[in-house]
Design a protein around this ligand. Structure first.
Ligand code: MN
Length: 271
């Protein structure tokens, strides 16, 4: 009985309600999609396009990764049904006709309404990559116009936000008065250089640092680094899990000490 219901459901899924065999998943593997230079008549500078999806059947959304070298940009254009841009690396610029040049960065999402004349591209001194999601109307997704002149492109972008005043650096705050050179090394080399290197995320750097301090039974330094780890995206549950794990490798007493410190730190509100 169970089997025949499952079989009936499977046949339904495989053929679909209309009977058309359109239910297969289509997975294109990373690294197998072609990357092509964008056509020069619609772009300035070096621009590479990797199409992720082109609409099939009644669908009308396309998606592509567009990579702009520094200074490269689209021509002025509009989209009959609008467009969404998701910045995945670098720093770029976007402008609608009559508006300010806006700076865009990793993680920013720009929605361009239907039929709004605009351009997008990289900053002058940084490459920029975005994913573009665009819907086509009657098979057409873009109306191309004139190129963006150097004068238009070079208009200085509006500041994103006023930079916040820098907080006092950690080393300076903790022992700048008694050990200025050590404070400078702590702030400039340890936190300013090593912690800032792109090879590991801040979250992962916090996890290995906290682990080392737990293993070495260093509750004073652990206190500050547990607070930092929470700022860097580790949950309290993850930090407790790491401590439990380390009990088996670093010794029970070290883990017990760490739990005591964590109990104190976790009473503070999460950043
Ligand atoms: Mn566009």
């Amino acid at each position: 009985m169970k089997f025949s219901i499952a079989l009936a459901a499977m046949v339904f899924v495989m053929t679909g309600p209309s009977g058309a065999a359109e239910s297969e998943l289509n997975i294109t593997r990373a690294g197998t999609r072609p990357v092509n230079a964008a056509p020069a008549q619609n772009f300035t500078g070096s621009v590479q396009v990797e199409m992720l999806h082109t609409p099939v059947g009644a669908g009308r959304a396309s998606a592509g990764i567009v990579s702009f070298s520094p200074g490269a940009r689209t021509a002025w254009h509009s989209h009959p049904l609008g467009q969404t841009l998701i910045v995945t690396s670098g720093i770029g610029r976007v402008q609608r006709w009559g508006g300010a040049v806006e700076q865009i960065r990793v993680g920013d999402v720009v929605h361009i309404p239907a039929n709004v004349k605009h351009w997008h591209g990289a900053a002058a001194d940084s490459a920029m990559t975005h994913i573009a999601v665009t819907e086509a109307l009657d098979g057409k997704s873009t109306d191309w116009m004139e190129q963006v002149s150097d004068a238009q492109y070079g208009a200085s972008p509006a500041p994103v936000v006023a930079p916040a005043p820098a907080p006092p650096l950690q080393g300076q705050k903790l022992f700048g008065d008694i050990a200025p050179k050590f404070a400078q090394l702590t702030d400039e080399v340890l936190f300013g250089d090593v912690w800032a290197r792109p090879g590991l995320s801040l979250r992962d750097r916090s996890l290995v640092t906290v682990s080392a301090l737990i293993a070495m039974n260093r509750p004073d330094q652990l206190r500050g680094h547990l607070a930092r780890a929470r700022q860097n995206g580790l949950s309290d549950a993850e930090l407790i899990e790491a401590t439990t794990h380390l009990a088996f490798y670093a010794g029970w007493p070290s883990a017990v000490t760490a739990i005591g410190v964590a109990r104190d730190v976790f009473t503070q509100p999460r950043p």
